[in-house]
Write a protein that binds this ligand. Structure first.
Ligand code: AVI
Length: 339
């Protein structure tokens, strides 16, 4: 089992410091197996959205957050900045913070600073990206009274470890920000939140960031921006298959597509084949044919309503204590308490 990454402030006390060394990426068998399974699906080929986030994809996603058409990241950050003090005032102390998918940790600063004005705050970012965890140390390491221990783990594995480490007197605040919940289809999202709840004690808190419904043209522009950054983010998935699995996708013959699925209230991202073609992916022991116009479904971004979030809280073992909604870009930050 891998050891957590420990912030510089704690290194001297850590008994199991993981030494981060550059390593040559081994071909990922899981990636190859998932690519093969997804592209074998009929009638709708699929690739899992988690594979959008290699180093190139993560860098492109950072840029997406700056685009005028995509207000989601700014709304999330704005709400956290404006309501951090109120949020903290609603939590019993002392609080331990676990963040599922922290990224660089930048948007979490306001909450951590507000908490650190009140108490020493242990912060456990949980991330599958080691690079992101290293960025957390740089981004937040200067906050007084914080101790950061990063877990390079899947969300639920990391949360289980954090929950097991906290003391009986410590209240756990779980952060699940940025509307990552929207990238689960709603039943899977509810199932995931039930699993989160199962790791908590009654009275613990979850702060959930979720993007809300808005006019379809606004949504389509957000996922098909005029600069083509989202298109590059999506097509990078094929480029990643070429890089990591020796695939021979010719990117000139595929195109990004964003469309709104009214039945599921989601924006779907697809990649459309612009001609009949066959692609070999030797490291996955596989080749695949595409008909002209056929698509690969790469991501769904569900848009919630405030009522749906309230029902979701009840359905998954929580009670909603507060909710803040951004006026400029409908987005909700919901504070839920474990029942
Ligand atoms: C990470 N997630 C919340 C983003 C979203 O809006 O659903 C991913 C994204 N895909 C395209 N643009 C942004």
């Amino acid at each position: 089992m891998r050891e957590p990454i420990v912030s510089p402030a704690r290194r001297s006390r850590a008994t199991h410091l993981m030494v981060t060394q550059p390593f040559k990426a081994a071909p990922s068998y899981a990636f190859a197996a998932d690519v093969r399974a997804g592209l074998s699906k009929y009638p709708q080929k699929e690739l899992l959205s988690k594979y959008l986030y290699d180093d190139v994809g993560s860098a492109l996603f950072e840029v997406i957050g700056l685009l005028p058409e995509y207000g989601l990241t700014r709304a999330d950050e704005r709400l956290l900045r404006c309501h951090a003090a109120e949020l903290v005032s609603r939590l019993p102390g002392p609080v331990v913070v676990a963040e599922l998918g922290s990224g660089s940790g930048k948007k979490t600063r306001a909450i951590l600073e507000a908490l650190c004005r009140r108490q020493n705050t242990p912060y456990f970012p949980i991330e599958i990206s080691r690079k992101a965890l290293a960025m957390v140390q740089r981004e937040l390491g200067d906050i007084d009274s914080i101790s950061i221990v990063g877990f390079e783990r899947e969300y639920l594995d990391g949360l289980r470890e954090v929950a097991a480490r906290r003391k009986p007197s410590q209240h756990l605040l779980v952060l699940f920000l940025g509307s990552t919940i929207g990238n689960f289809d709603p039943p899977a999202g509810a199932q995931f939140l039930r699993k989160v709840r199962a790791e908590l004690r009654p009275g613990d808190s979850l702060l959930l960031g979720a993007d809300l419904e808005k006019p379809i043209p606004q949504l389509l522009a957000a996922y098909d921006d005029s600069l083509g950054v989202t298109a590059a983010f999506n097509l990078n998935l094929l480029a990643r298959i070429n890089r990591e699995l020796d695939g021979d996708f010719d990117l000139r013959h595929f195109r990004h597509l964003a469309m709104f699925n009214a039945e599921t209230c989601s924006v779907e991202m697809h990649i459309r084949s612009m001609r009949d073609q066959r692609v070999a992916i030797p490291a996955a022991n596989f080749s695949v044919s595409f008909a002209e116009g056929e698509t690969i479904w790469t991501e769904s971004c569900h848009k919630y309503s405030p009522q749906e979030l309230l029902a979701l809280a009840r359905d998954t073992g929580f009670r909603q204590k507060a909710q803040w909604i951004d006026r400029e870009w409908p987005f909700a930050e919901s504070l839920w308490i474990a029942d």
